[in-house]
Design a protein around this ligand. Structure first.
Ligand SMILES: C[S@@+](CC[C@H](N)C(=O)[O-])C[C@H]1O[C@@H](n2cnc3c(N)ncnc32)[C@H](O)[C@@H]1O
Length: 217
């Protein structure tokens, strides 16, 4: 019988190698929603804990309004909530994941939308911070959402983007510095500035995480 840990690995393999269309991605996460937390925790992955801690070091005001982007079942928001943050919204394409998040009662507004290059129905300059953990995965988000991130976060606000180093190295639309070049392009356009870029261990060897922290200008 499959353990919860091996289920998590199998799911990750499936979504990154088989699922290509947005509707299949949504269906995949809808079907995984109820066991997502259990699978992720048993896999040893601690990205949400470390990522929430990173955001808090750049945005210590616990009244800050934060958007957990690609929030899924709200694991990152849950960690932010433990740190005292109470003003968190969540956005994700999977309604069933948002339903799980809603039961935790840690976020205010929950926005269900598939994000691409289109404008999201969120007012400009309304967040002090945005955190996206595990949203940049093959077939998930692309750099075309950066303009929207910059639009909805206030000038001076902080954007934390955490993804697996492996996808930066191997996934065609991100690899060969493409994702980083798209970030740098926004720097050259004076839309945001990079305040930190680093790596952390997300739980075991397969979870080397890359983190980018930008300040909106
Ligand atoms: C690996 S999960 C990460 C969830 C959560 N951030 C966490 O750390 O537990 C990726 C999430 O991104 C969402 N997602 C993928 N592509 C998306 C898109 N284009 N627009 C909105 N959400 C998307 C999925 O529904 C899924 O919940």
């Amino acid at each position: 019988m499959m353990t919860s840990q091996s289920q998590a690995k199998e799911k990750l393999h499936h979504v990154t190698s088989v699922v290509t269309e947005p509707e299949d991605n949504v269906k995949f996460y809808d079907e995984w929603a109820e066991t997502f937390d259990e699978n992720q925790i048993s896999s040893g992955y601690n990205g949400p804990v470390k990522s929430a801690s990173i955001l808090s070091s750049y945005l210590p005001n616990t009244d800050a309004r934060i958007l957990d982007f690609a929030c899924g079942t709200g694991r990152v928001a849950g960690e932010l909530s433990k740190l005292g943050y109470r003003n968190i919204d969540g956005l994700d394409a999977s309604q069933k994941s948002l339903d799980v998040a809603a039961r935790k009662d840690i976020m205010n507004e929950l926005i269900c939308v598939w994000v691409d290059d289109k404008t999201i129905k969120i007012a400009s300059d309304c967040y002090d911070g945005l955190i996206c953990v595990g949203g940049f995965v093959p077939g998930h988000l692309h750099s075309d959402c950066f303009d929207e991130w910059i639009r909805i976060v206030k000038p001076g606000g902080v954007i934390v983007n955490v993804l697996r180093q492996q996808w930066l190295d191997e996934y065609e639309p991100y690899a060969n510095n493409q994702l980083e070049d798209d970030m740098k392009q926004k720097e050259r356009s004076m839309k945001w500035e990079l305040i930190q870029r680093g790596n952390f261990d997300g739980g075991d060897q397969q979870w080397k995480m890359a983190v980018f922290i930008h300040k909106v200008l």
